[in-house]
Design a protein around this ligand. Structure first.
Ligand SMILES: Cc1cc2nc3c(=O)[nH]c(=O)nc-3n(C[C@H](O)[C@H](O)[C@H](O)COP(=O)(O)O)c2cc1C
Length: 191
């Protein structure tokens, strides 16, 4: 799978079946984060990989309402970091940008390996901290819910979520977020 294909294949699916998580997979994903670019090569990212049944079950309690589908995760990756570990240039704060880049690399690699890797913001950072023993000064930036896509759509998803299993949610038009030469400058038509 080439990069463009992985970008296109990646979807935030919510219907999972169980898949085995191996040490090789953990290292494979971790290596993708490891070599990601970061400001001054500060590498501000930290991750907790959760995949034993008992720990996954404990993590059910952190999920916000509407994210019950994530109880079917085979692996949950907590993406962590703190401002002090990366560039702060006047009002520009880079740690979340760099951690997002590294996490995106892992998500695309998981996609290439035939997995779904779905980032979520709908969780309790407080409960996540308690369960995973994360110090208070470290931000829980996102959880990535990893599993194998099920061909059967999970019946208890909302109407909107069911629709999103079938079709990618609509995106802004390119002309509305890509500009030419100046802010608001119209880009040429594709054809
Ligand atoms: C930072 C972030 C937070 C998200 N939080 C949630 C969430 O809490 N629950 C959920 O079901 N999806 C969540 N999503 C997934 C988005 O809803 C999804 O990416 C979007 O609808 C576009 O669909 P697609 O990724 O399949 O193209 C999140 C995505 C990102 C990047």
């Amino acid at each position: 799978m080439d990069v463009k294909e992985a970008i296109e294949q990646r979807r935030a699916y919510r219907s999972f079946e169980t898949v085995g998580i191996t040490k090789e997979l953990i290292y494979d994903l971790a290596e993708c984060a490891q070599i990601t670019a970061s400001c001054f090569s500060n590498q501000p990212w930290q991750y907790v990989f959760v995949y034993e049944k008992e720990m996954l079950q404990k993590m059910h309690s952190v999920l916000s309402s509407g994210n019950e589908w994530a109880q079917k995760a085979s692996l949950i990756i907590a993406a962590l970091g703190k401002k002090e570990d990366d560039c702060v240039i006047h009002d520009r704060i880079y740690y979340q940008f760099d951690i997002g880049m590294a996490t995106s690399a892992m998500i695309l690699r998981a996609t290439e390996l035939g997995l779904v890797a779905h980032p979520i913001a709908g969780y309790s950072p407080k409960k996540t901290r308690e369960i995973l023993h994360i110090p208070d000064n470290i931000d829980v930036i996102a959880l990535v819910i990893v599993g194998k896509k099920s061909n059967k759509i999970k019946p208890d998803l909302s109407v909107k979520q069911i629709e999103e299993e079938k079709n990618r949610p609509e995106r802004k038009k390119i002309k509305d977020f890509v500009f030419h030469n100046k802010y608001g400058g119209k880009i040429n038509d594709k054809n």
